[in-house]
Ligand binder design. Structure first.
Ligand code: PLP
Length: 379
C-alpha cells in the first residue's frame, strides 16, 4: 500500500474478468449480463463493466437510466445494456437515443416508452417483466395478459420491439426453497402465454448469482449475476473458492495514531469498550460515512500486524479504534478490513456475519471518500 494513502479500496480487475469467465464456463450457451448497478457494487461502474466485458459478458445490467447513460458516455457502444427501474417521467427518450434496453412492468410504463419512441424514430427495445412471486417489480399474473396485449399492439404500430421476457427470484440463495419451483413455473407459464399470442423475445432471463451458480434450469437465454461477478458467494453453504470465484475488493487503511492507555479507560463514543489492562490503542481512519457499518461497533473483524482483531467500541463517522494489546505497531502501519481472505484477513462475508447483514451491502456501501485503486487492469 502506498505510504501516502490513508485508506483505499483496492479493486482487482483481473478477478472480475476471471469471475465472469468462470461464470460463462458454468452456464454454457446462455449469455451473461454482468450486473454493474450501484457503482459496480462499489467497485466502480466503468472499470467493473470493462473488466466484465473482457471476461466475456455480452450484456450489462443496471438499475437506472443514469447508470446506463454513463456506460454509453465512456464509449461502451457495443454491449447490450438493460436498465430496469424507472419512475413516472423517466428519461426514456435519452435511454432510447443511447440504444439502451428498457424494462416495462406496467401499462403506464409501456405507454411512456411508446410515446418516447414516437419522438426518436426508432423502435424501443423492451423487456416485459412478469412478477413470478417476488412481489416486488413486474406485472403480476392478473395484469400480465393486458401488458402483453398492449406490447403486441405497440409492436404492430412499429413503436417498440419486445426483446426480452424476464422475472426475478425471491429465494434462490436458499437451496431447495419451495418458492423456487413455484416461481420457475409461473415464469414459464407467463413466457408461454406471451409466445402463444405472438411475442418473439430474443432473450428470456430469470437467474441472479445464486440461480446462475446453483439452478441450471433457470438459465434460459441469459443470466444476470451481480455478486458473483465481484467474487463473493451468494449462498451460505459455499465459499467463493468452492465456486471458482475470487473476491475483487480489498479495503484497507493505515493507522492514523497509536498510543498507550491505562487499564479501565473507556474507548470511543459512549465508552462501550473499556480497557481491561494497560494497552495500546490504534486509530483507523475509516468510519460509517465510509461504509464501515456502525453495527460493527465491538464486533467488526480487522487484520493488523499478523492477527485478527475486533473493533474496540463505537464506530464513528470517520474513524474507529482497535485494541492492539502490547503488539508493536506504529502509525502508518497497514490495517485490512476485508479482502479475499487468503492471507488471514477477514472477508466481506465475515463483516456481513458480524454485523447482521449480507455481503452485497458491505461492498456496495463503501463510500465515495474511499479512493478506488485498480490492479489487474490492461484487460
Ligand atoms: C441486483 C439484481 C441482480 C443481481 O443480483 P445478485 O444477487 O447480486 O446476483 C439481478 N437481477 C436484478 C433484477 C437485480 O436487481
Amino acid at each position: 500500500m502506498d505510504t501516502a494513502v490513508r485508506a483505499e479500496a483496492l479493486i482487482d480487475l483481473a478477478a472480475i474478468r476471471d469471475n465472469v469467465a468462470a461464470i460463462r464456463r458454468r452456464v454454457g450457451t446462455a449469455a451473461v449480463m454482468a450486473v454493474v448497478k450501484a457503482d459496480g457494487y462499489g467497485h466502480g461502474l466503468v472499470p467493473a463493466a470493462r473488466a466484465a466485458l473482457a471476461g466475456g459478458a455480452s450484456w450489462l445490467g443496471v438499475a437506472n437510466v443514469e447508470e446506463a447513460l454513463t456506460l454509453r458516455a465512456v464509449g461502451l457502444e457495443s454491449p447490450r445494456i438493460l436498465s430496469w427501474l424507472a419512475a413516472p417521467g423517466e428519461r426514456w427518450k435519452a435511454a432510447l437515443d443511447a440504444n439502451i434496453d428498457v424494462a416495462a412492468y406496467s401499462l403506464w410504463q409501456l405507454a411512456e416508452i411508446v410515446e418516447a419512441a414516437e419522438h426518436c424514430d426508432k423502435r424501443a427495445r423492451v423487456h416485459l417483466k412478469i412478477d413470478s412471486g417476488l412481489n416486488r417489480g413486474g406485472a403480476g399474473p392478473s395484469d400480465w395478459p393486458a401488458l402483453v396485449d398492449a406490447a403486441l399492439s405497440a409492436e404492430a404500430d412499429g413503436a417498440i420491439r419486445v426483446v426480452g421476457l424476464w422475472s426475478h427470484l425471491a429465494c434462490a440463495d436458499e437451496l431447495g426453497h419451495p418458492s423456487i419451483v413455484r416461481q420457475l413455473k409461473a415464469f414459464q407459464e407467463a413466457v408461454e402465454f406471451a409466445e402463444r399470442v405472438g411475442i418473439r423475445p430474443e432473450v428470456r432471463h430469470l437467474a441472479n448469482s445464486a440461480a446462475t451458480l446453483t439452478l441450471p434450469e433457470t438459465h434460459f437465454d441469459l443470466v444476470r449475476p451481480g455478486l458473483a461477478v465481484y467474487g463473493l458467494s451468494p449462498i451460505p453453504d459455499a465459499t467463493p473458492e468452492q465456486l471458482g470465484l475470487t473476491p475483487a475488493m480489498t479495503v484497507r487503511a493505515r493507522f492514523a495514531l497509536v498510543k498507550r492507555v491505562p487499564e479501565g479507560e473507556g474507548v470511543s463514543y459512549g465508552h462501550r469498550y473499556v480497557t481491561s489492562r494497560e494497552t495500546t490503542l490504534g486509530l483507523v481512519p475509516l468510519g460509517y460515512a465510509d461504509g464501515v457499518p456502525r453495527a460493527a461497533s465491538n464486533v467488526g473483524p480487522v487484520w493488523a500486524a499478523g492477527r485478527r482483531r475486533t473493533i474496540a467500541g463505537t464506530v464513528c463517522m470517520d474513524q474507529f479504534v482497535l485494541d492492539l494489546d502490547d503488539d508493536s505497531i506504529a502509525a502508518g502501519d497497514e490495517v485490512v478490513l476485508f479482502g479475499p481472505g487468503t492471507s488471514g484477513e477477514p472477508t466481506a462475508q465475515d463483516w456481513a456475519d458480524a454485523t447482521g447483514t449480507i455481503s452485497w451491502e458491505i461492498i456496495s456501501r463503501i463510500g465515495p471518500r474511499v479512493p478506488r485503486h485498480y490492479v489487474g487492469g490492461g484487460t
